[in-house]
Design a protein around this ligand. Structure first.
Ligand SMILES: [Cu+2]
Length: 494
């Protein structure tokens, strides 16, 4: 593979995804939320890896089934599918400017790939089977290599049979640290995810026709970092940066840190002028970086709560530990500005993107595929309920790709008018780009950048990009059952 040149490297950080703790230690130990040690280490010196260009972070990601307890006894441990020994894991931390070389080892009984959500990378590394790479078959390896151009809180997951695999936990975290971020006393990751488990610890149906054709199939067991209402220790009176991820397949959440003065400092990893954490719903795949001050005295707590539902739901508790850090005023400082290219709005054509139900739910006739090489592909869903611009994915399978939703001229700017013609929410995600969110006909939009935007029922939302990254880029709803039943397409930038 010609683009895997072994360039001379000034320094390598080599780690295996044996567990999140390994990754965290190797990369400086800043911010493994699941343990006090991890949380408290965040105040320790910066990662040893230098930021000189050419630095390489290497990791092996073995995707396979691993048993892990989610429910308390007497339930049994559950058959998760993960990239590391333990969910959530791995948490890869790197500095902006470093290069990542990640080797996927497919230990599953089906083909797979890794999509690096939110990263503006080259198209060949985007991890969409058939569109940007051949699927990685069972037992095979695939090497991804790229230098993330932006700092931020990203994650990665498969892009095929996602409804089951993400449902069973197949996702990892990729954090690209700003070289000049304001100092904090702890830097935590909080992955919000529900699990579709019965009371014995066995997984139930991730996909239902009823769910897929409506708001999705909700799972009943709410967790943060794979734990039910965990207690996350934070340094007393410390400034805490919490990277809140919604990695659920279905549920929209609206998070609060009750009892603390909490501020949003980034959306999908993109800095924005700090604003109170007070009403920023997150659809599946959306992230918020928040900053708050931990309680003053050891033993005191504040709570992470989802207030989206009528009945607010506690998700986790932050408990202050250790000696009280010296008193200083809680001052919210924004993150250093990002480097998303500015679209030229004056000369940008408007491209309509209509998110709708199909006129008639279509059953996919698998029999027509018998004998074709991709007939067993788990990328093919059995049903089609949804469409973008009246085009459903897939139309006859991935080896007969549908035409792109739009073909954009490289270097030009474009406005997408995302129109939700349904009574359901759709978190709309673009690959390889970050939207500049402009305006809505339904609400006041706070100007910001995001790779996933939550479309409200009947809303029209305008977003823009500068089409500087060539390739075929997926464009889809991130409610996984919607994605898998047609609400997906791609744009071509050439
Ligand atoms: Cu949707």
């Amino acid at each position: 593979m010609p683009h895997r040149l072994a360039a001379p490297l000034s320094r390598r950080t080599l780690l295996r995804a044996g567990g999140a703790a390994v990754a965290a230690t190797a990369l400086g130990g800043t911010g493994l939320a699941a343990s006090a040690a991890g949380a408290l280490k965040a105040g320790s010196p910066a990662p040893k890896a230098t930021t000189a260009p050419g630095d390489l972070v290497e990791i092996e990601l073995v995707a396979k089934e691993r048993m892990q307890r989610i429910l308390p006894e007497p339930a049994a441990p559950s058959p998760l599918v993960t990239y590391a020994d333990h969910f959530p894991g791995p948490i890869i931390r790197m500095r902006k400017g470093q290069r990542l070389r990640a080797t996927l080892v497919n230990g599953l009984g089906e083909h797979t790939s890794i999509h690096w959500h939110g990263i503006r990378l080259t198209n060949a590394e985007d991890g969409v089977p058939y569109l940007t790479q051949p699927p990685t078959k069972p037992g095979e390896r695939h090497v991804y290599e790229f230098t993330p151009p932006d700092a931020g809180s990203f994650f990665f997951h498969p892009h095929c049979n996602t409804v089951e695999l993400l449902g069973r936990g197949l996702a990892g975290v990729l954090i690209v640290e700003e070289p000049d971020a304001p100092k904090v006393d702890a830097d935590l990751v909080c992955l919000v995810k529900d699990w579709q488990l019965d009371k014995t610890g066995a997984f139930g149906a991730f996909f239902t026709d009823r769910g897929a054709s409506r708001a999705g199939t909700f799972a009943g067991v709410s967790t943060v970092n794979g734990q039910i209402e965990p207690v996350i220790e934070v340094p007393a009176n410390g400034d805490i940066r919490a990277r809140l991820y919604n990695i659920d397949s279905t549920r929209v959440v609206d998070l609060r840190v009750e009892g603390a003065d909490a501020w949003i400092i980034a959306v999908d990893g993109n800095p924005l002028p700090p604003r109170p954490l007070d009403g920023w719903p997150m659809g599946p795949a959306m992230r918020l970086d928040v900053l708050f001050r931990a309680p003053k005295q050891a033993g005191q707590t504040v709570r992470l709560t989802n207030v989206y539902a009528a009945e607010p739901r506690p998700l986790a508790t932050f408990r202050a530990v250790g000696p009280t850090l010296p008193n200083r005023r809680f001052k919210v400082r924004g993150l250093p500005a990002g480097s998303i290219p500015e679209p030229d709005l004056k000369n940008a054509p408007v491209i309509p993107m209509a998110f709708s139900a199909t006129a008639v739910a279509q059953s996919f006739d698998a029999a027509t595929l018998v004998g074709l090489p991709y007939a067993d592909s788990l990328c093919l869903s059995q049903k089609t309920f949804w469409a973008i611009n009246q085009q459903s994915w897939p139309e006859g399978g991935h080896e007969r790709l549908p035409p792109p939703l739009a073909t954009l001229e490289k270097g030009r700017s474009y406005i997408f008018e995302l129109a939700n013609l349904t009574p359901h929410l759709h978190p709309v995600h673009i690959h390889g780009y970050t939207f500049k969110v402009l305006s809505s006909d339904a609400r006041k939009v706070v100007p910001h950048h995001a790779d996933t935007v939550l479309l409200e029922p009947k809303e029209r939302l305008r977003v823009a990009i500068k089409a500087d990254n060539p390739g075929d880029w997926m464009f889809h709803c991130h409610i996984i059952e919607h994605q898998d039943t047609g609400m997906m397409g791609y744009i071509r930038v050439a």
